[in-house]
Design a protein around this ligand. Structure first.
Ligand SMILES: C[S@@+](CC[C@H](N)C(=O)[O-])C[C@H]1O[C@@H](n2cnc3c(N)ncnc32)[C@H](O)[C@@H]1O
Length: 281
């Protein structure tokens, strides 16, 4: 039954036996971060959560812990979750695209739906002289990948949540990019340097108008901004473009839309989108 790479050939429905109507509800997907498995389980299966967790550990013998992921909450977008199987240890090191990310999976989110965008950003810098501002750096999702794969002159990585900031600092060391990434603990509205960035990343889905204005003011003339938003499907891409243009008018910058893309479905009727924008005087 055991295959190579620490995965067995058994499926969840081989390992968890339930009445047919409940079998239908078994999760069909889960996320693996380092040695931690994160799974969403319908409330109707709450009494079987531990059995589902144990089965997942059987399927992935290299994993240690299973977390029942119930959602994400608050301005720090912290996971709401509980351990349902294995060890109580929720800190791990996750490898992605040649980078290593240490995080506490019970306290910090790591969206698998953003993988393609993180990979795109990792090679985005047009030249090695770029200065990048990552306004919502988290544990370094974008900053670390850009530093490792694009090696620009400097990346200023701002993070407000002290827990995420601690991991950001550690991840900069683990990936040996201390010479490139400057971590800053604080609010991006007050900490963003003005008119210094060739590239500004606003990787937060719920940015305020004030934050958008700070991002536009942080860009050099001729700079580029990557603005993320959770947008109702019917307003894709007109709402984020309207917000960018309104904010630009309010702070006296001129903007051009370079491209728009959908990153993932965020919630029913809501998409996670990113708009690439050129910023000038
Ligand atoms: C969750 S990350 C975005 C996810 C990431 N782009 C990815 O690929 O998975 C957003 C981060 O912005 C941080 N944040 C929220 N408000 C902030 C602010 N005003 N200034 C700086 N960081 C902030 C949150 O603490 C969080 O760590």
């Amino acid at each position: 039954m055991r295959r190579s790479k620490g995965v067995t050939s058994a499926t969840l429905s081989d390992l968890v036996r339930l009445p047919p109507d409940e079998m239908e509800l078994l999760p069909r997907g889960w996320q693996i971060l380092g040695t931690i498995i994160l799974v969403s389980i319908p409330d109707a299966l709450r009494d079987h959560a531990n059995a589902i967790g144990d089965a997942l550990l059987t399927m992935y013998p290299r994993c240690d812990t299973v977390l029942w992921k119930r959602g994400v909450a608050g301005r720090f977008r912290e996971p709401v979750c509980e351990v349902i199987a294995g060890k109580d240890e929720t800190e791990t090191v996750h490898k992605e695209n040649g980078c290593r990310f240490k995080l506490d999976t019970a306290r910090i989110m790591f969206s698998q739906g953003n993988l393609a965008e993180r990979t795109r950003m990792s090679k985005i810098c047009a030249n090695r002289d770029e200065v990048v501002l990552d306004m919502f750096a988290g544990i370094g999702y974008f900053s670390i990948q850009i530093a490792v794969h694009s090696r620009p002159r400097k990346i200023v990585a701002i993070e407000l949540n002290p827990v995420a900031y601690r991991y950001l600092v550690e991840n900069i060391k683990i990936n040996r990019v201390e010479d490139i990434v400057l971590p800053v603990e604080g609010d991006c509205v007050t900490e963003s340097p003005q008119r210094t960035a060739d590239r500004v990343i606003m990787g937060y889905l719920d940015s305020s108008r004030e934050q958008l204005i700070s991002g536009l003011l942080a860009a050099k003339s001729g700079g580029v901004m990557h603005y993320h938003e959770a947008t109702p499907t019917v307003l894709t891409y007109q709402r984020p473009i309207r917000r960018i243009k309104d904010a630009a008018e309010a702070c006296g910058r001129s903007v051009g839309i370079l491209g728009c893309r959908t990153i993932k479905k965020y919630a029913p009727g809501v998409l996670h989108v990113v708009v690439d924008v050129s910023v000038d005087e």
